[in-house]
Design a protein around this ligand. Structure first.
Ligand code: SAH
Length: 356
């Protein structure tokens, strides 16, 4: 198997080029073909000599992801299920909104963090994605779009915990954000969502300019510990302290995500406790009404609970935004299409085994 050229660092690729008597400035030209022009063959790279194209062809391949399924929602949301070379699969969700086109991408196949309400958690962690598998979600989805429809925003909110795959995620961010040779989406248009890994949050905020979203989901340790096992490692006091002390210029406004679960964390008291917890932090709260999926006992909150929760936070001076459910007819919440695919495969295997 030839290696994927997208995986090579600057040093590796320029080393390869000099070894074969080609100047190292070709690296940037090759990267422009791979990441800006989304080339799928070396023959397309017409500003490289024929000899260099043949050399690259001899040694490398250009990595692709296979679109296993694509589901379109009536609201315009599209969900892609991608197959990886080793048979694992991951999801990306394309969300059109007025004036922006957001792609939600995955950073791991499955997830190890076991949040009680999450569909991906049911899969467990399969493995970390490589940086090219993260970047190729953006490239493959872009290839399905016309030139007038470009992805303007990227959110790392798909399957997996981005900060648990820091190095590959970081390399992917460099490729996605570089404007000289990369995809060229500004870091200000990128948001990374985390369960709250404190040391990695500090590292990310020191090393990048991306926006930070922290999954909170409860205003006290007891409840958060039940919903998110990671809370035992990084309890609320430590997480909130970390958010409070992030470098001001880089911090902008932190987003706190709060999935509303019926009868679990959606009372007015929870909202009051949340407002108190966040007092003094420049932040906004993204309230996400739970998106039910097969295999969960949690329920969607009532409209009344959503609006009461919103009112309490609003009255306490917290900036709050209720995320409209998108693509709920295509199971667009994290991990859901994958779950369907597994059930379908299992069904097929059972049918084959019984000869029916
Ligand atoms: N691991 C990261 C990013 C992936 S999930 C994190 O946890 O932040 C992105 C967001 O979707 C998280 O806030 C997560 O808690 C939330 N989420 C997961 N399953 C959901 C569901 N069924 N309905 C609504 N939100 C969900």
């Amino acid at each position: 198997m030839k290696p994927n050229i997208q995986d090579l660092s600057f040093k590796e690729l320029s080393g390869f080029l000099t070894e074969h008597d080609h100047p190292s400035y070709r690296v940037k030209q090759i990267w422009q073909w791979l990441f800006q022009k989304r080339a799928t063959t070396f023959d397309e790279m017409t500003n490289l000599s024929r000899q260099l194209r043949e050399l690259l062809k001899e040694y490398f391949v250009i990595g692709r992801l296979q679109i296993l399924r694509r589901a379109e929602s009536h609201d315009g949301t599209s969900k892609f299920l991608f197959g990886l070379a080793d048979g694992e699969s991951i999801e990306s969700v394309l969300i059109p909104e007025p004036n922006r086109l957001t792609l939600c991408i995955s950073t791991q196949a499955g997830c190890a963090f076991g949040c009680a309400f999450c569909a991906t958690a049911l899969l467990g962690l399969k493995r970390n994605l490589t940086s090219d598998e993260i970047v190729n979600q953006v490239l493959e989805v872009s290839r399905t779009l016309t030139d007038e429809r470009r992805i303007t925003h990227v959110v790392l909110m798909g399957m997996g915990e981005p900060l648990a795959n820091y190095d590959q995620m970081f390399r992917a961010l460099q490729i996605i954000t570089d404007s000289e040779w990369g995809i060229g989406i500004s870091p200000r248009r990128l948001t990374l969502s985390t369960v709250g890994l404190v040391p990695q949050i500090e590292k990310l905020m020191a090393e990048t300019k991306v926006n930070l979203a922290v999954s909170l989901h409860a205003p006290n340790d007891e409840l958060r510990g039940q919903l998110m096992p990671v809370n035992r490692k990084y309890p609320l006091a430590q997480l909130i302290d970390c958010c409070r002390s992030l470098p001001i210029a880089r911090r902008k406004r932190i987003t706190f995500e709060y999935v509303l679960l019926h009868g679990v964390n959606d009372s007015e008291q929870h909202a009051r406790d949340l407002a108190k917890l966040l007092r003094g932090i420049p932040c906004k709260v993204n309230v996400i009404p739970f998106n039910p999926h097969p295999g969960t006992e949690f329920l969607r909150p009532t409209n009344e609970a959503i609006s009461n929760f919103q009112d309490v936070l609003h009255d306490a001076g917290v900036q709050i935004n209720v995320r409209r459910p998108r693509g709920d007819d295509i199971q667009a919440a994290c991990g859901q299409l994958q779950g369907e695919e597994i059930r379908a495969r299992r069904g097929k295997r059972q049918a084959e085994a019984t000869g029916s």
